[in-house]
Design a protein around this ligand. Structure first.
Ligand code: FAD
Ligand code: NAP
Length: 271
């Protein structure tokens, strides 16, 4: 069966999976795309969580973890996906079109949720690549602006075209009636492009070291302070490991759903 025929196949739900319909697809570039699917009425999640999604496999459904990029209140579920050239799932998934069916897990979960953090004043959302996805969910949820005074969203990518949602973020989510007023005052977007010329070009660790991370309009200390700051990390595992060690050395404790802390992590991919 061709990839296209597999994408268009009629699926059956199970105890663990519902069957949803693709509503829209947006290709950002040759290796990155977003898509939305229908949301079953029974599907509840907290902004920042991930869920299994998938397509039919040879013997059983081919499933992968995906962060939900849409906020908890939204009618549809949105995802941001890499296209791994020979990836078992994404070599097919990248061909989906509106009307196609996908599997959706019934049990979203995850630690990149506001509940896993202690109260604080500044929230730093630090992402590489598709690690942006859960943060698109959080910054489009009014709840995060009630919990934190200032929110900094950092997105580190290789190429300018990898800056998914750039226009929305540069406009402070203008046009999003639920959050635009708060995002205008409280959200700072800091994109950085590491392998092409761009106004900011350092990796996240460099932006911390040279103070770019803490520049105006952000107020407060020019370093991470566990008394006021909370941090979420998502993306490359090597980036997460290095930054988590740096935070621990500065007195930050990792949080979980059971025990909220100063920072939380989720690997969006291994690498
Ligand atoms: C908790 C969690 C949340 C995730 N959320 C997302 C998400 O929101 N969007 C998303 O695209 N992927 C996400 N992933 C990765 C996703 O589960 C799959 O790995 C990805 O869709 C590729 O699937 P595949 O079958 O094509 O290739 P796989 O066999 O799964 O991966 C092949 C290789 O491609 C690389 N790779 C896989 N995913 C990525 C990625 N996202 N970015 C960079 N390199 C990657 C890795 O080196 C991996 O070993 C998440 C993973 C986890 C564990
Ligand atoms: N994005 C692309 O243009 C592109 C094109 C073709 C193929 N791919 C493939 O897609 C896969 C994923 O690529 P990706 O671009 O999404 O992810 P990526 O390689 O992890 O890069 C995303 C961003 O994370 C940064 N980064 C990586 N490791 C880091 C670390 N340890 N500490 C701090 N920052 C770190 C990168 O900086 P650096 O640039 O300095 O590494 C880049 O800015 C790779 O296997 C790649 O071969 C990507």
């Amino acid at each position: 069966m061709s990839d296209r025929a597999a994408a268009a196949r009629i699926l059956a739900p199970s105890d663990a999976l519902t069957v949803e319909t693709v509503r829209s697809v947006l290709h950002w570039n040759a290796h990155l795309f977003s898509f939305t699917i229908t949301r079953p009425p029974s599907f509840r999640f907290r902004s920042g969580e991930f869920v299994m999604i998938g397509m039919p496999g040879e013997r059983r459904p081919l499933l992968r973890a995906y962060s939900i990029a849409s906020p908890a209140w939204a009618e549809e579920l949105e995802f941001l996906s890499i296209k791994v050239p020979d990836g078992p799932l994404t070599s097919q998934l990248q061909r989906v079109r509106p009307g196609d069916q996908l599997f959706l897990g019934r049990k979203p979960t995850g630690t990149l949720v506001a509940d896993a953090l202690l109260p604080g004043r500044r929230l730093f959302l630090l992402s590489t690549g598709t690690g942006l996805a859960p943060f698109m969910s959080l910054v489009r949820d009014p709840d995060i602006y009630e919990r934190f005074n200032q929110i900094v969203l950092v997105h580190s990518v290789r190429q300018v075209s990898d800056l998914a949602y750039r226009a929305d973020l540069e406009s402070h989510l203008a046009g999003d009636p639920l959050v635009q007023d708060q995002a205008l005052l409280q959200l700072s977007y800091l994109p950085t492009v590491t392998r092409e010329p761009f106004r900011t070009g350092g990796r996240i660790d460099t932006l911390i070291a040279d103070g770019t991370m803490f520049r105006s309009p952000l107020t407060g200390p020019k370093h991470f302070d566990p008394a006021t700051d909370r941090v979420m990390l998502c993306g490359s595992m090597t980036m997460i490991r290095a930054l988590a060690a740096q935070l621990e050395a500065a007195g930050f404790a990792e949080g979980s759903n059971a025990e909220p802390g100063h920072y939380v992590i989720e690997r969006a991919f291994v690498g």
